[in-house]
Design a protein around this ligand. Sequence first.
Ligand code: PAF
Length: 273
Amino acid sequence: MKIISTPLALKTYLKSIDKSIGFVPTMGALHEGHISLIKEAKKSNEFVVVSIFVNPTQFAKGEDLLKYPSDELRDKKICEMSGIDVLFYPKAKDIYGEDEVSVLAPKIRAYILEGFTRPSHFNGVLSVVMKLLNIVNPSKAYFGKKDAQQLMLIELMVKQLFMDVEIIAVDTVRENDGLAMSSRNVYLSVDEREDALCISRSLNLASSMISKGIMDVESITEAMREFLTPLEIYYVEILSREFEKIPQVTIGKSIILVEVKVGTTRLLDNIWL
Ligand code: PAF
């Protein structure tokens, strides 16, 4: 595995590679979820690039940028053991300059759900993803379904800006007890970790209501809210896959999204119906 830290060095190196490139962008603190993205990338590409970059522009003031989990040695070892070809490990000064050009996320779909309480978040995400995709120029780029709104907005950016990359959505990986894998899970105390199980259980409750034929969005979200009550709820929504409001669940076309605060940690999860 080659480790490269500047965009120019990576672009120059990749120009000499005549292979299909699969790209997995991450912010490090790698876990099984990231490893499953890498495995998918390895399955259908001849060459795999992973980036580790904690992108400052997607964190608002007062968020966890400075304490975002990071273990460089461990992450490098995981990348090496996963058999990737290149690890791109830039610093903020390699990615950002002054008086920056940036991508503006769409006014509606980036300002609901996650974007309602973090209004600058998706401008930062889309800007850095655009930069990373331009540096790596992959045939395929891999993103987790757990960050469903991020995934939808990246797909939208690629489509609306006529970008030449295929976005591949990869299923959420869960702990044995159902908790969705997230780099932020390390913030949870033992008790908070237990409380966090309510999230996947509320999604299971919704699934079981739907399997009994209850398709009414209001009834399902009300039952989920009640179940999640001890936690601070940011949102519980059932939307179309295009993130529009719907009155009834349609199997194959809907998604249930939850975000709650457990202790001081925001955790999100979803299921694709
Ligand atoms: O999902 C993440 O880890 C980040 O938002 C991403 C896509 C790497 C952009 O910084």
